[in-house]
Ligand binder design. Structure first.
Ligand code: CAA
Length: 289
């Protein structure tokens, strides 16, 4: 037990409103936080808005939420293209593309915008949280918070501490995630963290098996669903994650000296080059409406 009172994170900024960012914004808004979502262009803001409306609309259709509750949740979210609107945020979660340069530029910009007491978090899947944090003048207030896709559904969040993350910042973030109903797990700053390190060797192996024409995509997926009780087969899961994201994660893990398990299967790269990115582009291993 600590005698430090639990920290309030009333207003949460989310930078990037793609699949993960929009899902993270929804999680916070569902739990009563004010959310400021930032995107680079008006068109990207609009895509983020549609994602949020679609996701909460699905809950309304299933009878899990009333239209009034949906309006309340969406009403707590302000969307903007202005980073300076994050000045009032107690916590900022960055969820943009997996590019070290882009993420560092954002953390540099945040330096002159957010309150010195605010906590800064990155949702990176595999980049170095330590390296991202050095772009900011308060690396002690930076952590990784790695949500899983779909963020409103998956209860795991990995919390990544760097060697300089302040213990109180870590404790506050863990408490906050518990308040959101998530299961936080804490780990050090190593590419892949816990879950992706274990998961992606398996996913990559499934692509190699499909590439080698050993079995059909349906049978590979059926084997893991019906034989091992996984909610989705590996190829369907890759389509959900996004093949570009999956490629980047594997490539980063492989380059950081892990074993050949993580050398991305050539077919994965070919799909990405051809623009077959999974659900988000309408086609990956499977085709989507
Ligand atoms: N956004 C919000 N809610 C969603 C959703 C989405 N994209 N997709 C599904 N849901 C909700 C549904 O509304 C439904 O909610 P209720 O139970 O409250 O009605 C619930 O999830 C179940 O959905 P469905 O009945 O439509 O479908 P399902 O039972 O087949 O579940 C699934 C879909 C949740 C995606 C499930 O198949 C699953 O858990 N798959 C595995 C996902 C997984 O492994 N994710 C981790 C990927 S790795 C990662 O994210 C890390 C990284 O760095 C890449």
């Amino acid at each position: 037990m600590t005698d430090v009172p639990a920290r309030e994170f009333t207003t949460v900024g989310v930078i990037g409103l793609g699949t993960m960012g929009a899902g993270i914004a929804e999680v916070f808004a569902r739990n009563g936080h004010r959310v400021i979502g930032v995107e680079v262009t008006d068109a990207a803001v609009e895509r983020g808005r549609q994602h949020l409306e679609h996701s909460t609309g699905r809950a309304v259709k299933r009878g899990k939420m009333t239209e009034e509750q949906q309006d309340e949740i969406l009403g707590r979210i302000t969307l903007t293209t202005e980073m300076k609107d994050l000045a009032v945020a107690d916590l900022v979660v960055e969820a943009v593309v997996e590019s070290l340069e882009v993420k560092k530029a954002i953390f540099r910009t945040l330096d002159s915008i957010v309150d010195p007491e605010a906590v800064l978090a990155t949702n990176t899947s595999s980049l170095s949280v330590t390296e991202i944090s050095t772009a900011n003048s308060r690396p002690g207030r930076v952590v990784g918070v790695h949500f899983f896709n779909p963020a409103p559904v998956q209860n795991l969040v990995e919390v990544i501490r760097t060697v300089v993350t302040e213990p109180q910042v870590l404790a506050d973030v863990v408490d906050l995630l518990r308040d959101l109903g998530k299961n936080p797990v804490v780990c050090g700053d190593k590419a892949g963290f816990i879950a992706n390190t274990l998961l992606f060797g398996y996913l990559n192996h499934a692509v190699a098996m499909y590439e080698g024409k050993y079995a059909s995509r349906e049978d590979i997926d059926a084997a893991m669903r019906f034989g091992c009780g996984y909610p989705m087969g590996p190829l369907a899961l890759l389509d959900l994650i996004g093949l570009d994201t999956a490629y980047e994660i594997l490539d980063t893990m492989y380059k950081q000296g892990r074993d050949r398990l993580h050398a991305p299967a050539p077919l994965l790269k070919q799909y990405v080059t051809a623009g077959l990115l999974g659900r988000k582009s309408g086609r990956g291993f499977y085709t989507y409406e």
